[in-house]
Design a protein around this ligand. Sequence first.
Ligand SMILES: CC(C)(COP(=O)(O)OP(=O)(O)OC[C@H]1O[C@@H](n2cnc3c(N)ncnc32)[C@H](O)[C@@H]1OP(=O)(O)O)[C@@H](O)C(=O)NCCC(=O)NCCS
Length: 99
Amino acid sequence: MSDVAQDGTIELTNVFTLSEARGKGLGRQVVEEAIEVAKEKGAKRIIIDNYSYLEDFYKKFNFKKIDEFEFDPKFSEGFDPRILGRESDHNIVLMELNL
Ligand SMILES: CC(C)(COP(=O)(O)OP(=O)(O)OC[C@H]1O[C@@H](n2cnc3c(N)ncnc32)[C@H](O)[C@@H]1OP(=O)(O)O)[C@@H](O)C(=O)NCCC(=O)NCCS
């Protein structure tokens, strides 16, 4: 999680659970805890950018999609979704949660 920017925005990044541990509530616990930490830091808004296959997961926490664009490896600091076994045909969605 980033520091809070001057406009009150904080960025949540790199939320992962191990594949063998999924579906047991850990992901929810991590995101709910991150929301609490953001509030404690005085943030007014959390943003997250993610592959579109994670949009419904974040909607569960009331994140709303504010933008969507095509994945382009040259803007992702060398990260390639194929290392997750995904093809890079997923769009990127930018989502926000107002606190
Ligand atoms: C998304 C992720 C964090 C969820 O972790 P998890 O431990 O399985 O999540 P939980 O078991 O806490 O599930 C919480 C809720 O989200 C739902 N959920 C989990 N994965 C979901 C998905 N991909 N899409 C929609 N809903 C999802 C669960 O059904 C559950 O719903 P409920 O609370 O209403 O019953 C995990 O699947 C993951 O790490 N995925 C890979 C992330 C990734 O590709 N990141 C790359 C971007 S940098």
